[in-house]
Design a protein around this ligand. Structure first.
Ligand code: NAD
Length: 338
């Protein structure tokens, strides 16, 4: 049984904590909070030992009546790996502390690949991270791109990808992000950082991306144009995506024609937080024309990277050599559709 700590119990951290807690080969030995808010209180109520990531703020937790087990310095000795889910940019600084303490670290997509050294996606490069000390799980958008591009590349070879990403302006729980009344090219430059990010795990892929922010909170939406080496039929692509774990095909005809309806369906699934860990590809959007594949997909940004964090733990701690077995185990324990 491997011991996992979560540094930063926010949107991603609390989900990774739950995903680790439901596996049978790893356990949560502590989660950290900076602020004594409802998330800190709920972590304690769930039975996760709570540690303060900023020891000088201990008094705030006392004043709030939230019981802590200790400070982050007490947690380092207890973990085999720390999953760092702090806001982008902080993880790279924390990496230096983990190195001093001799603790392995997993980081999230808000960190720069160059600062962490290695990046991870369960389907693209699991084995390349075998035994690694510091690894970054790529961002929600990059995870979504890899989930569908890897099986398509395996099916018929990809010559070149062009993708346009429509990004949510804020997560549902955020109050200070936007836009609320604009469409913002973000970044305004081409290519966006997403293409190079995919190349940190699908090393030889020719991919160029553009992205914009819109006033929505539920999901990201991607539009892909993929030039192929060999031309499959649309049915071949459908069969391949249907057989790919963590990818589902949805149909507008069945009432799933928008991100709102997909997330309504996710709510009906009755999962914790209404998460949709799977990438939803619109079946009707799949088309092959002149050797090029077109499709559209939706990404639940708050949750798609969560199972990847669990697989990344198995790769880094040398717990399961076969990525397919880790993916299967993670999915089964998390109730992910296969
Ligand atoms: P968040 O703001 O929801 O949570 C961050 C948590 O870290 C909060 O609990 C905060 O109190 C805590 N924190 C802040 N400063 C800290 C510090 N110095 N030390 C320890 N803890 C600190 O952020 P998030 O959305 O969960 O994002 C975390 C990482 O995951 C980022 O790299 C982000 O880019 C990435 N990510 C986010 C999403 C998403 O849609 N939210 C998707 C994929 C990846």
């Amino acid at each position: 049984m491997k011991s996992v700590g979560i540094n930063g119990y926010g949107t991603i951290g609390k989900r990774v904590a739950d995903a680790v807690a439901c596996q049978d080969d790893m356990q949560i030995v502590g989660v950290t909070k900076r602020t004594p808010n409802f998330e800190a209180q709920m972590a304690v109520e769930k039975g996760f030992p709570l540690y303060i990531s900023a020891p000088e703020r201990e008094g705030l937790f006392e004043d709030a009546g939230i019981k802590v087990t200790g400070t982050i310095d007490d947690l380092y000795d207890k973990v085999d790996v720390m999953v760092d889910c702090t806001p982008g940019g902080i993880g790279a600084k924390n990496k230096e502390v983990y190195a001093e303490k001799g603790v392995k670290g997993i980081f999230q997509g808000g960190e720069k690949h160059e600062q962490i050294g290695k990046s991870f996606n369960s389907f693209a490069n699991y084995q390349d991270n075998w035994g690694a000390d510091y690894v970054r799980v790529v961002s929600c958008n990059t995870t979504g791109l890899c989930r569908t591009l890897k099986p398509i590349d395996d099916l018929c070879g990809i010559k070149k990808v062009r993708a346009v990403m429509v990004r949510r302006g804020a997560d549902p729980g955020q109050v200070k992000s936007g836009p609320i009344n604009a469409i913002v090219p973000n970044p305004p430059t081409v290519p966006s950082h997403h293409g190079p990010d995919v190349q940190t795990v699908m090393y030889d892929l020719d991919i160029t991306t553009m992205a914009l922010l819109v006033p929505t909170t539920l999901m990201h939406q991607h539009n892909l144009m993929v030039e192929l080496e060999n031309t499959p039929s649309v049915d071949d692509v459908i069969d391949t995506l249907e057989a790919t774990p963590r990818v589902i095909l949805v149909e507008a005809e069945k009432g799933l024609g928008s991100t709102a309806e997909i997330m309504e369906c996710a709510r009906d699934l009755g999962r914790s937080r209404s998460d949709l860990f799977e990438i939803a590809v619109w079946k009707e959007s799949l088309n092959v024309k002149d050797g090029e594949l077109f499709y559209m997909q939706a990404i639940h940004q708050e949750s798609d990277v969560v199972p990847e964090n669990v697989d990344c733990i198995r790769a880094m701690l040398e717990m399961e050599e076969d990525p397919a077995k880790s993916i299967e185990k993670t999915n089964k324990n998390m109730g992910i559709m296969v």
